[in-house]
Every structure is written in structure tokens, then in C-alpha cells.
Write a protein that binds this ligand. Structure first.
Ligand SMILES: Nc1nc2c(ncn2[C@@H]2O[C@H](COP(=O)(O)OP(=O)(O)O)[C@@H](O)[C@H]2O)c(=O)[nH]1
Ligand SMILES: [Mg+2]
Length: 247
């Protein structure tokens, strides 16, 4: 079976307490997969979205010590959507894992996701959280409503749209033009991939809520922006048709 190289990318905004651990966890799984001869190589990409703390400096230092680690710095904070686009654009390998830097799942799950994408001939593996009650009941309800809305508007059955565990074949991203600036980016990406006929599979994983720093993506402003972008991009997304198979 063909082997691939993997890029792991993390968007990071003021994550000085997490960056070291997240990079270490990614390097550990990369090295394990290399040793098991499952992959041909890996890189870790940090997208520093104009952090005002030490994130950028620590990231540069890590990159200087290990050539498999790279950093993209944004001059100004452009939000999650821009950071995801930037990560996909700069990632160089065949398969790209998009994750959060606060380690919401055990990075060893990448081994499983990689097996699934190959054995089930999928283009995207999107994981869902078994239990996210540690985040509080309010967020759980918001999330249920959001996933239902996405199903209704885009005819897309994804259990956990916003969970940042997506392993993607790079050609999928090369064919998709993403526009969302905020947290609608995940839904836009999955819905466009689905419309174009790419195969998405899902699996469940244990979820671990961040133990340091603050969660910045659940404010009312973030939710309002999601709804505005959903309205703005709906027509474009639903206008996409399946790609012709390449001959
Ligand atoms: N690029 C970018 N990333 C962000 C921003 N805010 C948060 N993030 C990143 O998005 C990921 C998830 O953030 P988090 O606060 O844990 O959100 P939650 O898991 O939804 O509560 C982390 O990797 C953050 O560093 C931002 O303004 N820009
Ligand atoms: Mg988080």
C-alpha cells in the first residue's frame, strides 16, 4: 500500500503554555509512525496568528532546533478561518492533519485516522467527541443545534462539525477555495468537500478540555459571525456540483 508523508498543523493564538506540549505530542506520534514505517516523513506547522504573548518566540525557537518544525507568522490577527487557510496552504505533505493546539485528543489517534483514510479509501477523516460535557451544558447544546443546522442547510451529516481533528488528502484542499474568516471555516470546508463528491468518514474519540489558558472561541461574537458567514456562503456552497472523475 502506498505510504504518505504527513503535515500536522496547529493554529495558535496566545498559546505560550501549550505550544511546547503540542509540538512534543505531534513529534512523538510522527516519530512512532516513521519508526513503524507507516509514513515517509512528517512536518509540524504552527500558524501563529499575531499572538501577543511568547507563542511566536517559542515557535521560532522550536523550529530552529528541528527542521521538521515550521512556523508561519501573521502580521495581524486574522482569525481562525485565515489561520486554517494559511495552514493548508503552507503544509507541504500528502496528508494534512488540522488540529487545535490545546491537545483536545491524544495525538496517537493520528495513527488510527491514517489507517482509516487508507483502508476505507476516504479523502477526509473527521473525528467526533464521545463526551464533551466537561465544557459545560451550554456549549453542548449550542453544538448540537449547530450540527443540526449544518445538516439542514447543507445536507451534510457530520456529528461534530467544529471538532478540530480533520485528516485531509492535500488534493482536496487544492480543489477547494475557502472564504470564511471565523469559525464557520470547518463547516464550509466539510460542506464544500461533500458537494464536490469527496468521501468523508468519521470516528469517535475521547475529548480532553484544555487544562491551561483560556478558551477564546465560544463568545457571542464568534457565534454571530458563524451565522453571518453561513448565510453569506450558503448559495455558493450549495451551487457546487460533484467533480468529474479524472481520466
Ligand atoms: N488563528 C487563530 N487561532 C485561534 C484564535 N483564537 C483561538 N485560536 C486557536 O484555535 C484553537 C482552539 O481554540 P480554543 O480557545 O481552545 O477553542 P475551543 O476549543 O473551541 O474552546 C487553538 O489552537 C487556539 O490557539 C484566533 O484568533 N486566531
Ligand atoms: Mg480548545
Amino acid at each position: 500500500m502506498i505510504k504518505h508523508s504527513v503535515s500536522i498543523f496547529y493554529p495558535a493564538y496566545n498559546e505560550q503554555t501549550y505550544i511546547l506540549r503540542a509540538v512534543e505530542a505531534a513529534r512523538e506520534v510522527g516519530e512512532r509512525m516513521l519508526k513503524d514505517e507507516e509514513i515517509t516523513g512528517f512536518e509540524i506547522l504552527i500558524v501563529n496568528d499575531a499572538s501577543t504573548d511568547d507563542t511566536g518566540r517559542i515557535a521560532d525557537q522550536l523550529a530552529a532546533e528541528d527542521e521538521r518544525i515550521r512556523v508561519v507568522h501573521h502580521q495581524r490577527n486574522i482569525g481562525l478561518g485565515g489561520a486554517v487557510r494559511s495552514g493548508f496552504k503552507h503544509a507541504r505533505n500528502d496528508l494534512i492533519l488540522y488540529s487545535d493546539i490545546d491537545l483536545p485528543f491524544d495525538m496517537m489517534e493520528l495513527c488510527k485516522a491514517y489507517r482509516l483514510i487508507r483502508y476505507y479509501e476516504a479523502d477526509i477523516v473527521s473525528a467526533f467527541r464521545y463526551d464533551r460535557t466537561t465544557e459545560g451544558i451550554r456549549r453542548l447544546i449550542y453544538s448540537k443545534i449547530y450540527n443540526a443546522l449544518i445538516m439542514l442547510f447543507f445536507r451534510l451529516r457530520i456529528k461534530d462539525v467544529n471538532f478540530a481533528f480533520k485528516l485531509v488528502r492535500r488534493e482536496v484542499f487544492d480543489r477547494i477555495d475557502l472564504k470564511a474568516e471565523g469559525s464557520f471555516i470547518d463547516a464550509e470546508f466539510l460542506a464544500k468537500a461533500n458537494r464536490l463528491g469527496y468521501k468523508i468518514i468519521q470516528f469517535g474519540t475521547n475529548y480532553f478540555h484544555r487544562s491551561r489558558g483560556v478558551s477564546t472561541l465560544s463568545s457571542p461574537a464568534v457565534i454571530i459571525k458563524i451565522l453571518i458567514e453561513l448565510g453569506r456562503l450558503r448559495k455558493e456552497i450549495m451551487g457546487l456540483a460533484p467533480l468529474e472523475p479524472e481520466s
